[in-house]
Write a protein of this length. Structure first.
Length: 413
């Protein structure tokens, strides 16, 4: 599409240079591959698959908004919405039909805008993705990017380049993949608070996700965890167990006293959540904070150094359903708190205020406008981690507003 837009005079070198500069103001989660200014100013030459995903899903709606006019931009958004659906971790039959319709309308409109010679073989293949999804499930189950990603892992394996290197590759790869399985299988036999165990876990935590949990613990309800954040009126207290791959949590060394304002918010949260609680119920004033959390492969990290500026932590911006409304906020810190017989897992979130005026230019683009200021602290600031729905990209805007774009969340099981 980049070449097509250039051929039709819709974009030129000046636009690419301007987009490269503007891209530096867009804050995307750490797990999205960053595009260098050189890649953008160079008309996206030599892009890798992860870079294309970042461009299509996270950057292009912001950067093309003022550069592609009318149906050119609207049609591109059809493709963006389709990519979000087909590259998601899970997909329903309804999603498959929606993505297929978007791809078909995108292709038809491309022919109307750019001529019958414009469609390329890949655009034809887009129309056959529906059958592949119905046959094999989500794209992660049958595309080849996973094998491409393994190239980096293979290059890290030391071999002597003489004989038997195939066996060396296979042996080391299998060891790396299953190292965490071994550690987590020991969970029921070794105290997880043992310093040696924590050191071992920390040492191997970056090797890969746990692929098989045979610890004998109660099976984790993945369906409830995945679907829960998207449901209105659902009962989530915060005491629900986290996914096994989220452990161990990186706690700060000592427990700490929660400040008075946040304590009142926590107390009001419990009173609103538990009908049997009274104003005289004792609530512990100590919490245990932790630095970050990975939820089925999606990293979330609080704003760093207690600085709640836009650039303080790119993985701190989230979207969640709070009080039956979709809200955008920034995580201040994670913490656990004991109440009753249960440990609760929370994020303390500063929610953004709604913009004081309507910006119709963003209607239908997926981009939302919010005021760059937080709502007052309340019980809504206490967010059960199970309610975190997805990360968002953020960009400063005029009149002390911000633009936000909802991004697909990772789900690796």
């Amino acid at each position: 599409m980049i070449e097509v837009w250039q051929d039709f005079g819709l974009l030129d070198s000046t636009d690419f240079s301007a987009m490269a500069t503007e891209s530096t103001t867009i804050i995307i989660p750490r797990q999205y591959t960053k595009l260098s200014e050189g890649k953008i100013s160079g008309a996206f030459a030599n892009m890798k698959s992860d870079e294309w995903r970042t461009w299509v899903v996270a950057l292009s709606p912001f950067l093309l908004k003022q550069r592609l006019s009318g149906e050119h931009f609207v049609n591109w958004l059809r493709y963006v919405d389709a990519v979000k659906l087909v590259t998601g971790p899970s997909i329903t039959v309804e999603d498959i039909d929606t993505a297929h319709l978007l791809m078909r309308n995108f292709g038809k409109t491309c022919v109307e805008l750019y001529g019958e010679s414009m469609p390329i073989p890949n655009m034809h293949m887009h129309l056959h993705l529906k059958e592949s999804f119905l046959d094999f499930g989500p794209s992660y189950s049958f595309w080849l990017y996973g094998f491409e990603r393994l190239n980096g892992d293979m290059k890290d394996i030391n071999i002597n380049f003489k004989t038997g290197f195939e066996t060396t590759y296979a042996t080391m790869f299998i060891q790396n993949v299953h190292t965490q399985d071994l550690v987590y299988s020991l969970h029921s036999f070794i105290n997880s608070t043992n310093e040696d165990m924590l050191l071992l876990t920390k040492f191997i935590e970056e090797i890969g996700e746990v692929t098989n949990d045979e610890s004998g613990l109660t099976p984790f309800d993945y369906s409830r965890f995945i679907d829960g954040p998207s449901l209105f009126n659902s009962t989530i207290t915060g005491s629900e167990p986290l996914p096994p791959t989220s452990y161990p949590l990186k706690f700060n060394k000592k427990t700490e006293l929660i400040c008075h304002e946040h304590y009142d918010a926590l107390k009001n949260y419990y009173m609103n959540t538990y009908a049997t609680m009274t104003t005289n119920t004792y609530i512990d004033t100590t919490i245990h904070s932790f630095k970050k959390i990975t939820l089925l492969g999606q990293l979330y990290q609080p704003a760093s150094d207690n600085s709640l500026s836009l650039s303080s932590s790119p993985s701190s911006f989230i979207q969640a359903i709070v009080d039956n409304q979709l809200r955008i906020g920034q995580i201040s810190y994670f913490f656990t708190h004991s109440f009753g017989d249960n440990t609760h897992y929370f994020a303390f979130v500063n929610w953004y205020s709604h913009a004081t005026q309507h910006f119709p230019t963003f209607d239908g683009t997926g981009i939302q406008v919010w005021k760059n200021q937080y709502k007052p602290v309340s019980r809504l600031s206490i967010l059960p981690i199970h309610r975190i729905y997805n990360p968002v990209a953020v960009k400063p805007y005029i009149d002390n507003n911000i633009l936000t774009l909802s991004l697909p969340r990772k789900i690796y099981m």
